[in-house]
Ligand binder design. Structure first.
Ligand SMILES: *[C@@H]1O[C@H](CO)[C@@H](O)[C@H](O)[C@H]1NC(C)=O
Ligand SMILES: *[C@@H]1O[C@H](CO)[C@@H](O)[C@H](O)[C@H]1NC(C)=O
Ligand SMILES: *[C@@H]1O[C@H](CO)[C@@H](O)[C@H](O)[C@H]1NC(C)=O
Length: 407
């Protein structure tokens, strides 16, 4: 009676263990795992314990072939530095304990629930979350013990985009899969990637797909590297064209005569319009501790140029108005005060020399401004072509005991 009860309890404990949810998780933000040592019991039947242990390959590690089918990269968020992707993993390995004799049991293959045999548990190092689409996948086993397991997942991972050349940027994003419950002496991965992306209606496209097995790890690992390239024309049309148009409009404003009151209104309106554009632009661009997009510096230089030209107009107009005022208030020919705007013929002497002085300064400034704008554009093109980004070392690499986790 007591014996039977114990067995029943053990059996239900095993069932609860079997249904402990997804076998693999991202870096543990979704469902908490059940603490497994409390269920661990050495009085389990020998074969139950044995088949969920990793198959033995003598002194060599068990070889697990991984094929990574990348079917979609659907969200690249440069402001949050994340990439969302949909992958299908095909894991295959040999477990001779599951082989059977086909002349006794004539079947080509069987499917088994994933928790009735050993499967590698995978953790993605860069993941914010992982959604395993099938919570209880089934493995297909051949008569000679070849196991095939398919796992479909959607994940959002962190990626350090290289945004110096935004909007013509290209970055490599890693997805590192670790089998944390095994060591490299027991398990070895051999990975291949297959690009199955058919959708081209994307801002970022996957230009290249690579897999590698990083050397000198203590935990079995394989890495999938996606090379993402920004193909969007939107940023060029929406950012560069308005900026250039404003700069050109501002230069043309310099052709208006200095004494025309519309010139100040024109330049101030341009500056105001540019300020609105600039603040929305700064919100649309990401920022980082190193390698900020060159466009941020470019638009700041543009703002300074527009500001300088507006200030020049305001100062010279003020000088001119001040000169007029002085000329009017000084004793001079009669009826001078009745003229709304004295014409050059009417105002010789001090007033005229001041005006011609201001207009000459304006002309010189205009030429200098055109040259300055041209120089800034060309030096920006030069920067764009030759600048490379030298990131500072990651915080974990500069401290004495930092670096990649050595598990
Ligand atoms: C066992 O190891 C050898 C040598 O690395 C390898 O060729 C073989 O495929 C492995 N067998 C299994 C079942 O992984
Ligand atoms: C399979 O079973 C048959 C019949 O029992 C036997 O003759 C044969 O040797 C077995 N084959 C293997 C590989 O064990
Ligand atoms: C991706 O992994 C490779 C190889 O481990 C490494 O050299 C590279 O710096 C990684 N890239 C990123 C963006 O972490």
């Amino acid at each position: 009676m007591t014996m039977a009860l114990q067995l029943l309890l053990l059996h239900s404990a095993f069932l609860r263990l079997s249904s402990r949810g997804p076998l693999v998780q991202g870096l543990g933000f979704r469902s908490p795992t059940v603490a497994w040592p409390s269920f661990f019991d050495f009085s389990w039947p020998q074969e139950v314990q044995e088949t969920i242990q990793i198959p033995n390959n003598g002194s060599a590690p068990l070889l697990v072939d991984v094929q990574v089918f990348v079917s979609n990269v659907f969200n690249v968020d440069i402001l949050r530095y994340t990439v969302s992707s949909t992958l299908l993993l095909r894991l295959s390995w040999l477990d001779t304990r599951l082989a059977w004799n086909t002349s006794v049991h004539p079947r080509h293959a069987v499917t088994l629930p994933w928790d009735s045999l050993w499967t590698p548990g995978l953790t993605i190092q860069e993941a914010l979350w992982v959604d395993w689409q099938d919570q209880s996948p089934r493995a297909r086993v051949d008569p000679d013990g070849h196991v095939d397991l398919y796992l479909a997942l959607t994940t959002e991972t962190n990626c350090d985009f290289e945004l110096l050349h935004f909007p013509r940027d290209q970055s490599d994003c890693n997805l590192s899969f670790y089998a944390l419950s095994n060591t490299v002496l027991e398990l070895e991965f051999r990975a291949h990637a297959v690009n199955e992306i058919v959708s081209v209606k994307r801002e970022y496209v996957v230009r290249d797909l690579k897999t590698q097995v990083p050397p000198q790890q203590l935990v079995p690992c394989f890495q999938v590297t996606l090379r993402l390239q920004n193909t969007a024309l939107k940023a060029i049309i929406a950012l560069l064209v308005p900026g250039e148009a404003l700069l050109l409009a501002d230069m043309c404003g310099g052709l208006l005569p200095l004494r025309a009151t519309e010139r100040i209104a024109y330049k101030v309106t341009l500056l105001l319009g540019y300020l609105v554009f600039h603040s929305s632009l700064v919100q649309a661009l990401p920022s980082s501790s190193s390698c900020n997009p060159l466009l941020i510096y470019y638009f700041t230089v543009l703002l300074l140029l527009l500001f300088t030209s507006t200030m020049e107009t305001v100062l010279l107009a003020a000088l001119l108005a001040w000169g007029n005022h002085r000329a009017q208030s000084s004793p001079g020919p009669a009826l001078r005060g009745e003229d709304p705007g004295p014409s050059p013929e009417e105002a010789p002497g001090v007033n005229g020399s001041r005006r011609s002085w201001a207009e000459a300064a304006d002309r010189i400034f205009f030429l200098a401004y055109v040259v300055g704008v041209a120089c800034s554009q060309f030096s920006f093109i030069g920067f764009w072509m030759w600048a490379t980004c030298k990131s500072e070392p990651a915080p974990g690499e500069v401290i004495p005991h930092g670096g990649q986790p050595r598990l």
